[in-house]
Design a protein around this ligand. Structure first.
Ligand code: GTP
Length: 441
């Protein structure tokens, strides 16, 4: 007689604890008990989902060709999904016959995932060691196929090897440079969970699955629970991975849009956006805009070539960045013209930045045969974001005056002030008074 469908939860008992598996499994919605085949077909849902996840990653790689690690991670989904599908359809006798082939797929998939993750972090997943683990595992499985009919010992070998292969990606994953980024942290811990699950799997199979269910493991409740966990973890891992990948790609786009490719300083657009934001924070006032231009830069290009000119621009950008406080803004407007927004700094204190830059340029000559470059600075005070265009004009006029005054000097304008300052090598540049939290680059 057909039993009534159970409406209560099915539990797995372990150490007197009960784990909810499914509210009606293995009963169909109409109350029929699912046959072992049906249960097996039901088990195909998980490999099918993993296949789809792999396809999604491959599609992402086709859009983001630079991100080659996506292909490896896609393989990390594809290969085990094939083995899992086959495994879900087989009984233990068939599994024993095909264990070597299924094992190869699992092992290759595990290493592909580890390699993809290591590649993403610019590391490596020790290919030679992975090969050694794979060959040892295969040899052990072949040996136990001959001497021991039981599947569990091969399962143990396979799962331990899978765990080791996943672990090969861990050094690179744990060495991630963006350790504080929440997305990176989520990705790192998801990967660690995958390694942990691979480690737990054989232990759980041996300790948790009742003897009668071991006979037909792939139709057991334990197997379905394991599949569900694997799928959820795989899904979660992919979501986090794609979020990180798109975030990285957007950062690259953002950089290309907003940074000067030669000096890596903010370009005109980003500088003005950032300056507008700074000028809205009253705690940062007073502010000073500084425009600076390398003197006779054209002659450097003409005499030593554009490559040398580019090098000088890059080094000069570094000098500017290291001469201001961490909250100050530095940008390249174009050619040999740079702009700075100094927070908590009036034009008088801004002279110290000029002195510091000038001293640096003198002490570390950038040109061949020890020749130094010189620069001209134009400074103007600014008191709000609205005043930015006028302050820029004023600083530009000041820069023009500095050029007219014979270059290698700084001209300051604003509040009826118009003064030229020339560098005096004997006077050491005193440091700018720092706010309590700020520090030098
Ligand atoms: N190497 C290099 N040269 C650049 C770059 N951008 C602009 N230039 C050159 O920089 C030179 C700027 O020259 P000018 O604006 O006349 O200024 P200058 O020669 O420094 O003269 P003053 O500003 O009057 O002292 C031009 O010859 C540009 O071709 C660049 O990215 N790399």
């Amino acid at each position: 007689m057909q039993k009534k469908p159970r409406r209560t939860a099915i539990c797995i008992e372990w150490n007197k604890k009960y784990l909810l598996l499914h509210s009606s499994f293995p009963w169909s919605a109409s109350g029929e008990r699912l046959s072992p085949q049906n249960i097996q077909y039901f088990g195909l849902i998980v490999p099918a989902c993993m296949l789809l996840l792999g396809l999604t990653l491959q599609a992402c790689w086709m859009v983001l060709r630079e991100q080659r690690f996506l292909l490896w991670i896609a393989a990390g989904y594809f290969l085990p999904s094939v083995a899992l599908a086959a495994q879900s359809l087989m009984d233990n006798a068939q599994l024993a016959r095909w264990s070597m082939l299924a094992g190869t797929f699992y092992l290759m998939g595990s290493w592909a995932l580890a390699h993809g993750m290591a590649k993403r972090q610019g590391g490596r997943a020790f290919g030679a060691l992975a090969l050694a683990i794979g060959v040892t595992c295969m040899a052990a499985m072949a040996y136990y196929t001959l001497v021991d009919e039981q599947l569990w010992i091969r399962t143990l070998w396979l799962n331990s090897s899978i765990c080791l292969l996943y672990a090969l990606g861990l050094p690179s994953v744990l060495r991630s440079p963006n350790a504080k980024d929440p997305f990176e942290r989520a990705l790192r811990w998801s990967y660690v969970s995958i390694v942990g699950l691979a480690l737990l799997r054989p232990i759980l199979v041996l300790n948790w699955v009742p003897g009668d269910q071991l006979e037909r493991l792939t139709a057991s409740r334990f197997w379905f629970l394991l599949l569900a966990i694997t799928l959820l973890l795989g899904l979660w891992f992919m979501v986090v991975l794609l979020a990180c990948t798109f975030r990285d790609v957007m950062r690259v786009f953002d950089d290309e849009r907003n940074r000067d490719p030669l000096t890596r300083l903010s370009n005109r657009r980003r500088f003005f956006e950032a300056a507008t934001r700074c000028l809205q924070m009253s705690r940062l006032q007073p502010w000073t805009i500084l425009l600076c231009d390398i003197d006779h830069f054209k002659k450097i290009n003409d005499r030593w070539g554009h490559a040398m000119g580019d090098k000088v621009l890059q080094q000069f950008a570094e000098v500017l960045e290291s001469s201001v406080r961490s909250g100050d803004l530095v940008g390249r407007l174009g050619g040999d013209e740079f702009v700075l927004l100094l927070n908590r700094c009036d034009p008088e204190s801004a002279q110290l930045v000029y002195q510091r830059v000038r001293k640096w340029l003198q002490e570390q000559p950038m040109l061949p045969a020890g020749q130094c470059i010189t620069t001209s600075f134009g400074a103007a005070a600014i008191d709000s974001a609205h005043a930015l265009p006028q302050a820029m004009e004023q600083a530009d006029t000041a820069l023009y005056r500095a050029k007219q005054a014979g270059r290698d000097c700084m001209h300051t304008m604003g509040d009826g002030l118009s003064a030229t300052l020339r560098f005096t090598p004997s006077s050491p540049a005193p440091p700018i008074p720092l706010p309590p939290s700020a520090g030098w680059h």
